[in-house]
Ligand binder design. Structure first.
Ligand code: SF4
Length: 300
């Protein structure tokens, strides 16, 4: 019957969940990040088959949160039970932490530039793996960017000489972050926001969660301390650039008041112009160093 209807013919057109014709000459790769967006996207596919996925790949920077690693293993198991290949891939030479410590650097670039950390330790690693696994193929990459994150997909940095096509299923479905969270909760899946434990863009509640785990927090401190040791002038510059500094109540050993750069001073944070690790989260409206974060959190 299927044959009569032509349903099993290899050239039968196939459509994705948004009704677009799928290019069958390309391998369809879901880039799994282990967080809320790609987990929701992948789980929907596992239940419905809506994305025609050939392979799932997770690139491990070596600095993901412990909950993320647990989630990755869970989804790897889900995929394998449906015979969907799932690979965890890593940079061939060193992980992101090792790279940052070797260079005494932070995962930040001058404003407007791409996130080198993400390109080098995720996009390029996945591309290298795919090219080695499917030497004669081109790829359609399925990326989990939510419907309320339009700007992020516009900013998405493609590797050099990229011939991939990109699809953003969550945007096609109109799935916002809240919808993804609700969906995962309904499916009884506990998924935390994924990021490196020292990602400069973490919000305060994420920093608090990382702080609860001593191993993770030690890694965070190591990264900023190494940067301060390698580039003391850059690390200091964010303090000095804020002159006239705000006088604090606390005093230095010589009796003079400690000072702090004013709030809002760090809009143009860049690795080049000086900085410290966390750029988004603030204490009392000020961006502060990892040691100052520790001082605050340990007293709570
Ligand atoms: S999570 Fe943050 S630190 Fe990690 S690769 Fe992405 S941008 Fe870089």
């Amino acid at each position: 019957m299927q044959q009569e209807l032509g349903l099993d013919q290899p050239d039968q057109p196939t459509f994705d969940s948004a009704g677009n014709l799928i290019d069958k000459t390309r391998k369809r790769i879901l880039c799994f990040g282990g967080g809320v967006d790609s987990s929701a996207m992948l789980f929907k596919h596992l239940l419905t088959g809506c994305l025609n996925i050939d392979h799932v790949v997770f690139s491990d920077t070596g600095a993901e949160k412990k909950e993320t690693y647990t989630n990755v293993q869970k989804f790897k198991g889900f995929c394998e039970s449906q015979n969907i290949p799932f690979n965890i891939v890593t940079h061939h030479k060193e992980n992101l932490t090792e790279w940052l410590l070797r260079n005494g650097s932070l995962p930040l670039l001058p404003q407007g530039a791409s996130h080198l950390c993400s390109v080098k330790f995720k996009a390029e690693v996945i591309q290298r793996f795919l090219t080695a696994t499917y030497p004669d193929k081109e790829f359609t990459m399925l990326i989990g960017i939510e419907a309320d994150e339009g700007r992020r997909s516009a900013r998405f940095t493609k590797p050099k000489n990229d011939t991939n096509q990109y699809e953003y299923p969550l945007q096609e479905w109109g799935w916002t972050r809240q919808i993804c969270l609700d969906y995962l909760e309904k499916m009884d899946l506990k998924v935390v926001k994924s990021s490196c434990v020292y990602c400069p863009f973490m919000k305060e509640d994420e920093i608090r969660e990382v702080f609860k785990d001593q191993d993770q927090w030690n890694t965070v401190k190591q990264i900023e301390h190494k940067f301060r040791e390698t580039s003391p002038a850059k690390h200091q510059r964010w303090l000095d650039a804020g002159k006239p500094l705000i006088q604090l109540k606390t005093k230095n050993k010589d009796g003079s008041h400690k000072t702090r750069a004013p709030a809002g001073m760090w809009k143009a944070d860049t690795w080049k112009s000086g900085g410290r690790l966390f750029t988004s989260a603030k204490i009392d409206g000020k961006k502060v160093s990892v040691d100052e974060w520790e001082e605050k959190l340990k007293d709570e």
